[in-house]
Design a protein around this ligand. Structure first.
Ligand code: HEM
Length: 363
């Protein structure tokens, strides 16, 4: 095609390559193809195309959020692009429902010919996980082996490189930790929040201690449970405890970043925090969308191969269900709700801080 030829739909979309890429193994060697293998191949290819789009958006969001400081127009763009991924995710779940019309017997017509290939080798999926911020140390290991152990050398190198690239979790952490409102003039959010929490906890303790309807055994049990819930607040005010939890992988964000996220979620009604709050919500939606993908996949695997091991050699649906829980990345943002206070108990923001957080339009 010369450069002066008019644009042609088929060529623009590369449909020779795309539509010529469904090569069924069951039809090779002069054998009858298994009817459902076409659905199996097309579905996987459709997933990989969406993974490509997701990576496109994810990488751009990471690049934008990595600016120090992030220019205001880019913030809106980051949120918009993450929300686009969130809009794609239900399509992925829906595709699993389409693939579920391939029954276990239909799959057995060609399954053995796929061994040892598996979605476990989806390089784009691993890139998504890595760029989201899932560290290699937090991954489930399969018979002691790394997630790259079944990949070609080229793909292993590509993934190892991606482990060193900026992640969405990493740039979010740095952006949150720079939040100017944590300490602002005379206002120290940390100290003000701590005062309110201590007063609230003291009040709750007294309620249990003076509740006339409790006998001594139940009162002791309730006080023990109460002490445990008090201890969940301690790491917020104690850097060493926080860092120890982080080292164990129980926290992913730095203490400053977590407190900034808490501030944003508590004072989200202030105009300057509208967009930051939308970003945090979009990230919770994003993480939840990937968990929905993992759960829908695990369910499909259960109904299609039952308790068999996978073609990639894992325990199959059991492994996938465990991965759905363990490979979540933004768990800290889900945990923020543990530390929320009712609006009426929130430390009041000093007038100058509120002023800074409001939008004013001047002629
Ligand atoms: C009947 C259809 C399917 C079956 C029976 C199936 C089975 C499995 C199994 C058993 C695993 C665990 C690794 C192994 O031992 O092989 C796995 C992993 C995986 N599959 Fe599928 N799968 C199916 C469809 C799909 C589709 C359509 C996709 C979309 C790309 C997909 C993507 C993945 C991914 C990304 C993993 C790695 C998950 C992880 O390690 O967390 N699978 N699959």
């Amino acid at each position: 095609m010369s450069t002066t030829d008019p644009m042609y739909y088929w060529d623009y979309l590369g449909l020779d390559e795309v539509l010529g890429s469904q090569r069924l193994v069951s039809g090779s060697g002069g054998r009858e193809p298994a009817h459902d293998e076409m659905l199996f191949v097309v579905t996987h290819q459709a997933f990989e195309l969406w993974f490509k789009q997701i990576l496109w958006e994810l990488e751009s969001a990471i690049e934008d959020l990595a600016h120090e400081p992030v220019p205001e127009p880019l913030m809106g763009q980051v949120v918009h692009r993450i929300e686009r991924i969130v809009a794609i995710q239900p399509l992925l779940v829906q595709q699993f429902h389409v693939l579920a019309t391939m029954t276990p017997l239909d799959f057995l017509d060609f399954r053995d010919e796929l061994i040892p290939a598996s979605g476990f080798q989806s390089v784009q999926w691993r890139l998504i996980e890595n760029r989201m911020g899932l560290p290699p140390t937090q991954r489930l290991r399969i018979l002691g082996a790394s997630y790259t152990s079944r990949l070609s050398e080229e793909h292993t190198r590509r993934l190892e490189r991606s482990e060193t690239e900026p992640t969405l979790l990493g740039v979010l952490d740095a952006w949150l930790a720079r939040t100017p409102f944590l300490r602002f003039g005379d206002f120290d959010f940390w100290a003000a929040y701590r005062d309110v929490v201590e007063t609230m906890l003291e009040r709750d303790r007294r309620l249990i201690e003076s509740n006339p309807s409790l006998d001594e055994v139940v009162r002791r049990q309730q006080l023990d449970a109460f002490e445990t819930s008090c201890r969940t607040f301690e790491p917020l005010f104690d850097r060493e405890q926080w860092d120890a939890l982080r080292a164990q992988g129980k926290r992913r964000l730095s203490q400053e970043a977590f407190l900034a996220a808490l501030l944003i979620s508590l004072y989200r009604d202030e105009p300057a925090l509208h967009l930051p709050y939308r970003l945090l919500t979009a990230l919770v939606d994003l993480d939840e969308g990937f968990t929905a993908f993992r759960n829908a996949h695990a369910q499909l695997v259960h109904r299609t191969i039952g308790g068999r091991i996978g073609t990639g050699g894992t325990s199959g649906h059991e492994y996938l269900q465990a991965a759905a829980r363990k490979h979540q990345v933004f768990t800290d943002l889900f945990d923020l709700a543990t530390y929320h206070l009712p609006r009426k108990e929130l430390p009041a923001l000093p007038e100058d801080v509120r002023e800074q957080m409001s939008f004013r339009y001047v002629d």
